[in-house]
Design a protein. Structure first.
Length: 479
């Protein structure tokens, strides 16, 4: 089953028939992978959203949710678990760009750490982002106490802040990467302290509303309707109707995001194509944390070597194909009520978000991920795309700055020669909301200020056109 959704009404590059046929073949192949692999992998249902270089969204489903007569739905939600962490990291980094906090600030500047057992007040925000704080995982299953407390009453609504009362003793030293959800919990509470708002309100204002992620919400402190999800399984045991409120309500910025796969893909697309933060911030985000690099697999599917590192609330994979090519992926995985893999493939400009409804199928889910990645490896640049990109290197349109913005921002561009130019702004319905330039300009660098004080918050597209060439970018107005 296929659903095609237009993420943007403007295509930066117009595809010819050959490229469309290539994409159709890739999509059909991936649908075939899902349909043929779920049963042997012991997975009941899966949903996959891919955003191709054209910014067109394709959502595929396979299998079933709550029983064989209940197909996976593109309109039902998935629990992204630790796939929430990049959203939390984004808000923190955005606050740093706005000067609300400093990356080297101590958490004791914002939180009363005396109320949180086993947490050192001198831990910095940067150490939380990199998971080099020395904090141990508060949800470690073999310690049992927190797990028993949460699952003893499945219908209980938890306050995520109560989770930190179960914090275990930390590691002996800071500065070395040890992945732990405890870091993300504390980042969430710093966001709430600095903003004076709930984490969900902040996410609504800074992420969900501007990016039009209409199905997205946080499960923190909520009674969860299980019928809104795409089923829950543990092996052959159907848990789709079991209450999971106690577990999901105790989540925070570490793993509380719930949405459709298309919604999740929209965030990952915008974030890891550097559309939301400055280049300097994104470059810093991708610096591997000390001790985070490890080779996790060799000779798997179409990949000869897979290396994993961690940046600011971001997992990074470097995959070497059997043909010797490199694939760089940025994003995060998740294991909660569902398993998920949400990443942007930099070299191919492809965003993929894959989820399954069996939380226990961790190993076979990994195999399915690699199968899908190998299927997407068939996506190639075709001739007219390459030509358009080469022209774009000369006919240059920069990302607006600041972005997000309120109420004004600057748009810069470069013309290789004197020409008649149009620079227009559109909403996502394709309606022109502003004409910034319409006339002849000299060659060289140009900058135009865009005042959006009369517009509402949301995603807008600005398009530069000249001599039959067009180039477009996204910008976000947040009021």
């Amino acid at each position: 089953m296929k659903t095609f959704i237009s993420l943007l009404f403007i295509l930066t590059i117009t595809f010819n028939t050959a490229s469309a046929q290539i994409y159709d073949a890739v999509i059909d192949n991936i649908q075939g992978i899902l349909d043929s692999k779920l049963n042997p992998y012991g997975i009941e249902g899966a949903g996959l959203t891919v955003i191709f270089p054209s910014d067109t969204v394709v959502t595929l489903t396979s299998g079933y949710a709550n029983g064989v007569n209940d197909a996976i739905s593109t309109n039902k939600n998935w629990h992204w678990a630790s796939g929430t962490k990049p959203l939390t990291g984004f808000v923190i980094l955005q606050m740093i760009e706005e000067g609300l906090i400093n990356i080297d600030d101590s958490i004791g500047d914002y939180l009363n750490t005396q109320e949180i057992p086993n947490v050192d007040s001198t831990i910095t925000i940067k150490q939380l982002l990199q998971h080099t704080s020395g904090l141990k995982e508060v949800w470690t299953p073999n310690e049992g106490v927190l797990w028993n407390a949460v699952w003893s009453d499945r219908s209980k609504v938890w306050d995520p802040k109560d989770i930190l009362s179960y914090m275990p003793e930390p590691y002996q030293s800071k500065g070395f990467h040890n992945y732990s959800s405890s870091n993300s919990y504390i980042l969430s509470f710093i966001i709430e302290e600095v903003s004076g708002k709930s984490l969900e309100t902040v996410f609504e204002e800074r992420i969900f509303t501007p990016l039009e992620m209409e199905s997205s919400y946080l499960s923190s402190g909520k009674n969860i309707d299980m019928t809104s999800l795409n089923g829950v399984w543990s092996g052959s045991e159907n848990r789709s109707t079991w209450p999971h409120t106690s577990y999901l309500s105790s989540r925070s910025g570490n793993s509380a995001h719930i949405s459709t796969s298309a919604d999740a893909a929209i965030f990952y697309r915008n974030y890891y194509t550097d559309s939301l933060l400055t280049k300097e911030t994104m470059d810093a985000l991708k610096v591997p944390a000390n001790g985070s690099s490890e080779v996790i697999a060799q000779n798997v599917a179409c990949f000869s070597k897979i290396t994993q590192t961690h940046g600011y609330e971001t997992t990074m994979f470097t995959l070497i194909t059997t043909n010797g090519e490199t694939a760089s992926l940025f994003g995060h995985g998740g294991n909660g009520v569902h398993n998920s893999f949400s990443f942007h493939w930099a070299e191919k400009n492809i965003t993929l978000v894959l989820a399954i409804n069996d939380f226990s199928a961790i190993n076979t889910f990994g195999a399915l991920v690699f199968d899908v990645l190998c299927g997407l490896d068939a996506v190639v640049e075709v001739s007219n795309e390459t030509e358009s990109l080469e022209i774009a290197d000369k006919f240059k349109l920069d990302q607006n700055y600041p972005n997000p913005f309120n109420p004004s921002t600057n748009i810069s561009f470069v013309l290789p020669s004197a020409s008649v130019v149009q620079l227009n702004v559109y909403n996502l319905l394709g309606q022109e909301v502003a004409s910034l330039v319409d006339g002849r300009l000299n060659s060289g660098n140009h900058s135009v200020n865009f005042d959006a004080s009369k517009l509402s918050s949301g995603v807008y597209i600005y398009r530069l056109s000249s001599g039959g060439i067009s180039y477009s970018r996204k910008m976000i107005l947040v009021k």
